[in-house]
Design a protein around this ligand. Sequence first.
Ligand SMILES: C[S@@+](CC[C@H](N)C(=O)[O-])C[C@H]1O[C@@H](n2cnc3c(N)ncnc32)[C@H](O)[C@@H]1O
Length: 337
Amino acid sequence: MLFIKVPKKNAEEVKQRLIAEKLYVRDYKTFHDEEFVYFPVAKEVKGYEAIEMEGEKSAKTKKLREILAEKFSDEEFEDLVTAYDVVGDIAIVEIPEEFENREKEFANALLESNKRLKVVAKKLGKVDTELRIRPLKVIAGENRTETLYTEHGCCMRLDVAKVYFSIRLSHERKRIAGLVKPEENILALFAGVGPFPLVISKKQPTTKIIAIELNPEAVKYMKENIKLNKAKNITAVEGDARKIVLEKYQNFADRILMPLPRSADKFLDVALAGAKDGCIIHIYNFAPIENPYDEIEKKIFDEAKKAGVEVEIVNRKIVRPYAPKIIQVVVDFRVRK
Ligand SMILES: C[S@@+](CC[C@H](N)C(=O)[O-])C[C@H]1O[C@@H](n2cnc3c(N)ncnc32)[C@H](O)[C@@H]1O
């Protein structure tokens, strides 16, 4: 098996790029030494040393492949396996059209291969553009879409059919929580069921976090999750981030989170209004894999000019692959008022 050797500090970013470019081989385990992470890859990757090694098959995929060996070819299997996520005890699968008549076989094999899974739900139709909810249909296991998910020591109850939730932002939540300092005022815009606020609150309980979310179902779960985690420093506010920040939180924040990658740029004026001098804003965006930061950074500078404030980009990073040739990125910038 071919592996590339990547310095630890770049590992997550390189992994996301490999996945986006379909070079990451999920069937094999990644491993690491003190300085480097070794990723299994489909071919050599420019800029990284490639090493041919035996490698170890990933146990989970191995079992699933064994169960499905007679029913799906290696290629069919790869198509199905790359497209599923697990939230708590629910597997959310994307079944390509050509496999619809065999979806039950795949779903039952998933349950058999991983005893912690209790439900398999399939994605249907389009994601609602504003609340980011995708219709789901349970195709195997227990007939429910509510689950309990744990991340970085926080537990969250949520209904995958009624709220937006992505486990693929877990690294980002840890990164942001690591940047937060004690006693910061934080505006968590587009907060969903509260994953960013909860992970930050656990690490920095003396912060004051205002978590704003439009979807009443998500706010209901966020309030429950605040209680579940005894997170006394988070206030969940239901409503439109624009209205709430402009009415109540101008010049409030030391840090602002904007995880609304399709249209966060439309709220840049709101974030700049909510920022204090020195505030750091984290804005997420979907972008083409080539020059992914150009468009969003231009918008940041344009909005800053309109608002009469100075901004300085302090970090930029690939968060995850999103669609063919489209990635999610984050840009961190400082506001000077
Ligand atoms: C991509 S999701 C992110 C949710 C959450 N931060 C997470 O990581 O799971 C965006 C969220 O923004 C919410 N939303 C969309 N427009 C909004 C607005 N104008 N004001 C507040 N929340 C909004 C959606 O309902 C959705 O829950």
